[in-house]
Design a protein around this ligand. Structure first.
Ligand code: C5P
Length: 227
């Protein structure tokens, strides 16, 4: 039996992958995997359990046992209400600290292995849009379409700033820029699944592009192979 198709959307933090993923999901009716949320949830759950984020076996055990639910929502800024152990954590996993914690646990090979099967399970008919860092390079190497979406750190920091402000979070633009650059360095230089475009990825730099133009550029690629 052939596996359901996967569209991999990789790239650094704040490049607009989330918006692109939602847009493609609406156009195709495919399922969505927000793999970054799984790393964020692992970091949060480990903190709640009082586990040191550097304790790889303990954090991997948390990742394996994550009790999470992604409940589709029809309104609001987020496409899903995300539940961890029965409690809504949709906003608390989006803080900048949660992103930094996610990057820390994501550098641990045991944690990546623990989340691997969970990510594969999202691959269901009619297809999957998978958003992350290593969707096209590691988790879904056989993805039908691979997009690497990027933008300058300054533009990404500004977008993140606006997103977090919309959630009434207390954020500073210079601090966000510094955090995004630190996360880029960590994600790009780690030994396992570093952030980089797959050899067969289409790279799109969205720096000077309005969101509509980004959507259309990506749809032009996707619609050639997904009908
Ligand atoms: O995409 P998001 O900003 O939510 O991801 C948070 C962090 O999780 C990233 O900075 C990265 O370190 C990690 N991550 C990863 N592999 C993925 C998705 C996210 O390492 N597929």
């Amino acid at each position: 039996m052939t596996e359901p198709v996967v569209i991999a959307i990789d790239g650094p933090s704040g490049a607009g992958k989330g918006a692109v993923t939602q847009h493609l999901a609406q156009r195709t009716g495919f399922h969505v995997l927000d793999s970054g949320a799984l790393y964020r949830l692992t970091g949060l759950a480990a903190r709640l359990d009082g586990i040191e984020l550097s304790d790889a076996p303990a954090v991997a055990a948390v990742a394996r046992g994550l009790a999470v639910q992604f409940i589709p929502t029809q309104s609001g800024n987020e496409p899903f209400e995300i539940m961890l152990r029965g409690v809504a954590v949709t906003d608390s996993i989006r803080t900048d600290q949660a992103g930094v914690d996610a990057s820390t646990v994501a550098a641990l090979p045991m944690v990546r292995a623990a989340l691997g099967d969970r990510q594969q399970a999202f691959r269901q008919a009619p297809g999957l849009i998978a958003d992350g860092r290593d969707m096209g390079t590691v988790v879904f190497k056989d993805a039908l379409v691979k997009i690497f979406l990027t933008a300058s750190p300054e533009i990404r920091a500004e977008r993140r700033y606006n997103q977090l402000k919309n959630k009434d979070m207390d954020v500073s633009l210079p601090a966000l820029l510094e955090s995004i650059q630190a996360r880029d360095t960590l994600d790009s230089n780690r030994a396992v699944a570093p952030l980089k475009p797959a050899e067969d990825a289409v790279v799109i730099d969205s720096s000077g592009m309005p969101l509509e133009a980004v959507h259309e550029a990506i749809w032009a690629v996707v619609s050639k192979v997904v009908t």
